[in-house]
Ligand binder design. Structure first.
Ligand code: DOR
Length: 443
């Protein structure tokens, strides 16, 4: 008697660790049970993936979903709905909510809010602060916690660990990878007068300049070596930092964002105004070119969206009172597939940075590759589909994307989480199935 499955994906090209192969995928109890030529009649449910590419579930390791707190911008339901429409199967959510996620109670509160409402699997960062710096060892190990987030420069919210003494305390407490917003707060404060009285938004990368980012990253790397602590430098935005980070791959992993890879100053500020305002800023084209070079040289380990929703009304305030951040969780996959179609990166690099990369950096258990025994998470894409990104398609409560009107080649056709098809053909299916992501226990 032939084997039976709960679900079979058949007829597609499956992106296995060995590369793309024409295989069917058999799923049982939410996990990949078989890869090979399978009989679609042996499963209760099937997905016809002919002419499509079945990728391992793509993971966004940096989103801000605003719950608890300013949920008029986003909440865990709307944020993760945008994620599945954009082909994302798991998200790691940032701690600059209100209250900030700095205690066990706050992590547990987010997990209970997310359960039954999150469309993707999820995990939450614990925010480092001078108050909890010595307790992070216990906090980072909580179920549903993906690790620590440290803001070395002030951004949206109140979290800040500015000086070397407190950065050291954070790095000394615990052993998982510490993710870092690396901008030097002392320099930011010294130079705030440049824009404080009102300025054009194109001044944003002048105030938060290259030196602000470089100084912080150099301090961070020196302290990471001193305390032998692995760090993950988020949204790297300068050519100079990439040169430095290339010398520290033994201790530092690197994230870049589609915004920094796609847009450049001054054009983005002329065209989009404060909709292009984010921290660290979008800079001139020479930085964008350096990020691409670093990405293709392997210095970059992953791509996150830094989905940071603010309403259009908030964004319309005069700079610098306009808040920093762009939506992104829904547009990462189409943008990166489009970059691939235009020859800027290979599919192998894309999958590595959006699936295997986060799994490797954070020690995710059971995700990050299409292999027997792994969670049955898939992002099914049509590499040839031609679509236009529009505000209408955006699920975020804020209803906008900086990429409104952009024509792209490549589109997510289905999002499958532990064997559940939660998005197909741009429609949300069924009900939220998200559960906390698990991490390797030895870390
Ligand atoms: O532009 C940003 N927006 N950068 C951050 O670091 C935070 C984010 C937000 O939460 O709005």
């Amino acid at each position: 008697m032939s084997e039976t499955f709960d679900f079979i994906i058949h007829g597609g090209t499956v992106y296995t660790p060995g590369g793309p192969l024409e295989l069917d995928v058999g799923v049982r109890a939410g996990k990949i049970a078989a890869l090979g030529k399978l009989n679609p009649g042996s499963a209760a449910r099937t997905y016809d993936a002919r002419n499509l590419m079945v990728l391992p579930g793509l993971i966004d390791e940096q989103v801000h979903f605003r719950e608890p707190g300013p949920t008029h911008k986003e909440d865990l339901e709307s944020g993760t709905r945008g994620a599945i429409l954009g082909g994302i199967t798991a998200v790691f959510e940032m701690p600059n909510t209100d209250p900030a996620t700095t205690t066990a109670a706050a992590i547990n509160d987010k997990i209970s809010r997310g359960t039954g409402r999150c469309w993707t699997d999820f995990a939450f960062y614990v925010g480092a602060s001078p108050e909890n710096a010595d307790e992070l060892y216990a906090l980072e190990r909580l179920p549903g916690c993906c690790g620590i987030k440290m803001f070395m420069g002030s951004s949206t919210g109140t979290l800040l660990v500015a000086d070397d003494e407190n950065v050291s305390r954070v790095l000394k407490s615990g052993s998982r990878r510490v993710t870092v917003h690396s901008e030097d707060d002392m320099r930011l404060q010294e130079r705030a007068g440049m824009v404080a009285g009102g300025a054009d938004v194109s001044m944003h990368p002048e105030w938060r300049d290259v030196e602000t980012a470089v100084r912080s990253t150099q301090r961070l790397l020196a302290l990471a070596h001193k305390h032998r602590r692995r760090v993950h430098v988020l949204h790297v935005s300068t050519a100079e930092e990439m040169d430095i980070l290339a010398q520290h791959k033994d201790i530092a992993t690197v994230e870049v964002l589609p915004q920094h890879l796609t847009l450049a100053a001054p054009e983005c500020y002329e065209r989009l105004g404060t909709l292009a305002q984010m921290n660290p800023p979008i800079r001139e084209a020479r930085h964008r070119a350096a990020l691409w070079a670093a990405l293709n040289a392997g210095i970059v380990d992953c791509i996150g969206s830094d989905h940071a929703p603010h309403t259009l009304e908030e964004k319309a305030k005069p700079y610098p009172r306009s808040p920093s951040g762009l939506t992104g969780v829904q547009t990462t996959v189409p943008l990166m597939l489009n970059h691939m179609a235009q020859g800027r990166l290979s599919l192998q690099r894309l999958v590595d940075m959006l699936s295997a990369g986060p799994a490797r950096i954070f020690g995710i258990a059971g995700k990050g590759r299409v292999a027997v025994g792994y969670d049955a998470d898939f992002t099914v894409v049509d590499l040839k589909a031609k679509r236009t990104i529009t505000n209408n398609w955006i699920a975020s409560r804020t209803g906008w994307t900086a990429f409104d009107g952009m024509d792209v080649t490549g589109w997510p056709m289905a999002t499958i989480i532990r064997g559940n098809v939660v998005m197909r053909d741009d429609e949300v299916q069924d009900k939220p199935v998200g559960i906390p992501v698990r991490f390797q226990e030895t870390l």
